[in-house]
Every structure is written in C-alpha cells, then in structure tokens.
Ligand binder design. Sequence first.
Ligand SMILES: [Zn+2]
Length: 67
Amino acid sequence: MEEITANKEMKINAVDKFLDDLDRYGKSDVKCPFCGTPLKYYEYANGMSYEIRCQTPNCLRSCCRGI
Ligand SMILES: [Zn+2]
C-alpha cells in the first residue's frame, strides 16, 4: 500500500513540475519518474482537455480537463 501512495506522489510531482515548466518556458524536459522517458503533452482536438503521458504504454498518464 505504501508503495502505491509513493508512486502516486511521484506521479503528481512529475506532472506538476511538467505543467509548471510548460507554463513558464513553453516546454519541459521533465521525465517520467518510473521509466525515465520524457513526458509529453497531448491536447485533444476540441482544446477542452489534455493529457500528460510518458512514452511507455500503461505507465504514467495524467488526464486533465482544460478550463
Ligand atoms: Zn513512464
């Protein structure tokens, strides 16, 4: 159970940092804390929501709704 919580925290921290960098610099080189590949930002066509994903299937994935 502790491991899951720690992973969740690592994920939240990485995504937070990624979005922060993106906001400030327009880009980010934050890497996935689990597999080490760079995180990528995907915006959906309607512009209403976006997703942050690493490039490994079934690894880090964070879905967010735009404002
Ligand atoms: Zn990953």
